[in-house]
Structures are given as structure tokens and as C-alpha cells.
Design a protein around this ligand. Structure first.
Ligand code: ATR
Length: 281
């Protein structure tokens, strides 16, 4: 319920109409009976700085940041959390007392929390991880796995240069695999993560035969439309444990909600169903 006492937050993106975050946060606000509003903020790149400066003055407690602003927001906040610095992107801003802006990256937390909830024993199984993709999502995934102590991580990307750049930039025992060698690289992987857009509704399919992948390896697709991507369906059929991607989106929202609205929300099946219904509309 929104009243004059509402605490304010939102999501900045361009475009922002596809974002599931307003539905998610407003569901939690209603569920916990918190006076608050979480609104979509369609902000064109040329207006990002002005809007960032204006929102705290309009009473906003903070906001989420989505495509294409996550990297640019890093330079616009007053302080950046070390993890966000490492990922090179800010997806959550919290307005501190006095108006200072603190930038976080909760995609790392969202990715890891989703993995731990769906496959609690993942760590014992994962000496080696193979990550497909080298964009912003791959960076958050790799930083999360590094922080969790995974020693061997390989990044496999269509553009090899982009993979090399990512690996050089993050250092710490990371390897690079050319896109053509992705099927061979599945051997001995304990965890396979797809961070590319391949397999998403409306995008080309991911061509990847899983024959070389150990049957115990966990297959995690961060694509959530559809929830069971062709990759996950194939993995499930051959007996691999799988992790669906929508939980990453839901969990990344938790720290922001807690900071702005004062209560740690729960991620459950009901909200997942609500988001899936929205995706189908
Ligand atoms: P995000 O920030 O969400 O990770 P992104 O930066 O656009 O998004 O990255 C998309 C990823 O999907 C990239 O790794 C991209 O590979 P390139 O770096 O070579 O562009 C990958 N991707 C997109 N379309 C692809 C395709 N047809 N084949 C292989 N990889 C593809």
C-alpha cells in the first residue's frame, strides 16, 4: 500500500519496461505491510548523472541499476563496495545519512545464494568451473566463484579477446577457452554456468553437446526465460543436477530491499510463480 509516508526506491534502466524488479519489490512491500513504493525509472544514458543526483533530493532511499547503466553507475556514486569495484559494476545504490551514495553489486550474492539454495553441496563437487560468456553477468559469476574459493575457473567466449580481457582483469588462476573448444572443456568440469544470452526466448540456441560432461557436474543457466532452457532440459535428462536462473534475479534483490525498506524479504515459490506468469504475458 502506498501512502504519503511511503519509502521510495526504483530501478533505473533504458529501456526498463521489461524489468521484473517492480513486481518483485512491490509484492514484498505488500506482503510485509510496508509503506513503500518501488517504481520503474526509464533513464536515458545522457540523463543518468542528473537523475542520480536528483533522486536522493526527492526522498529516494536508493535504487537498482540495470542494463545499460551498471558500469556507468560505478563512477557516479560516492563510495563503491570492494566487491562491486572488483566486478566493475554497480546494480544497487543505497542513499546514506547525509545523502552519500553507496554502490553495491548484489548480482554476485544473487548468483551464489541461488546456487547454494538449489544445490547445497555444490562446493564439494566443484574443483573446476566452466563459465560460458564474458559479459557483465560472467564477471559477477566469476567473482562469486573466486570469492567462494573455486580454484580452477575457465572462461569460454565467442570473442576470445573479450574472455582474455576479463581474465587479465580479474586475475587469480583463471583460464580461457576458445568457443570452438567448449565441448572438450566440459571434461572434468564440476560446474557449468551459461551466462550468454543463448537459449533465451527470442535468441539463438546454445549449441553444446554435453557428452564429455561428468554426470555429477552441476549445470546452472542464468537465463530464466524459459525457466528450463534447452541446456537445462538436456542436462536433467542425462542426470546432471541443475540450477535454474530466476533465483539469481530474486536473491540479488534481497540486500537492496532490506536496506531501503528495513526488512529482509523471503524468496519463495509463490513469488517465483508470480514472476514466471509475468514473463509469459
Ligand atoms: P551481459 O552483460 O548480460 O553478460 P553482454 O555483455 O551482452 O551481456 O554479453 C552477452 C554474452 O553472450 C557475451 O559473452 C556474448 O559473446 P561475445 O562477447 O562474443 O559477444 C555472448 N553471446 C551473445 N550472442 C552469442 C552468439 N550468437 N554466440 C556465442 N555467444 C554469444
Amino acid at each position: 500500500m502506498t501512502t504519503g509516508k511511503a519509502a521510495l526506491a526504483g530501478v533505473m534502466g533504458w529501456p526498463v519496461g521489461h524489468s521484473l524488479s517492480p513486481l518483485l519489490h512491490n509484492y514484498w512491500l505488500e506482503r510485509y505491510g510496508i509503506y513503500g513504493a518501488y517504481v520503474p525509472l526509464p533513464v536515458a544514458p545522457e540523463n543518468l548523472e542528473a537523475v542520480t543526483q536528483a533522486l536522493p533530493r526527492a526522498g529516494f532511499g536508493g535504487w537498482n541499476v540495470t542494463v545499460p547503466h551498471k558500469e556507468a553507475m560505478l563512477a557516479l556514486v560516492d563510495r563503491v563496495e570492494p566487491l562491486a569495484e572488483r566486478v566493475g559494476a554497480v546494480n544497487t545504490v543505497v542513499v546514506q545519512e547525509g545523502g552519500t551514495l553507496l554502490g553495491h553489486n548484489t548480482d554476485v550474492y544473487g548468483f551464489m545464494e541461488n546456487l547454494t539454495r538449489q544445490q547445497p553441496g555444490w562446493k564439494e563437487n566443484t574443483e573446476r568451473a566452466l563459465v560460458l560468456g564474458a559479459g557483465g553477468a560472467a564477471r559477477a559469476v566469476i567473482v562469486g566463484l573466486q570469492e567462494a574459493g573455486v580454484e580452477e575457473i575457465e572462461c569460454c567466449n565467442r570473442s576470445l579477446d573479450r574472455a582474455k580481457q576479463l581474465v587479465d582483469n580479474l586475475d587469480g588462476g583463471l583460464g580461457v577457452v576458445p568457443w570452438d573448444e567448449r565441448e572438450i572443456a566440459l571434461e572434468e568440469a564440476g560446474l557449468l554456468v551459461n551466462t550468454t544470452s543463448l537459449g533465451m526466448e527470442g535468441q539463438p540456441p546454445l549449441h553444446l553437446a554435453l557428452d564429455a560432461l561428468p554426470e555429477t557436474a552441476i549445470v546452472y543457466d542464468i537465463v530464466y526465460a524459459p525457466l528450463y532452457t534447452p541446456l537445462l532440459q538436456t542436462a536433467k535428462k542425462r542426470g546432471n543436477p541443475v540450477v535454474t536462473g530466476l533465483g539469481m534475479l530474486m536473491h540479488q534483490a534481497v540486500p537492496g530491499f532490506a536496506a531501503w525498506f528495513g526488512r529482509e524479504p523471503e524468496v519463495d515459490k509463490e513469488i517465483e510463480q508470480l514472476l514466471l506468469r509475468q514473463l509469459q504475458e
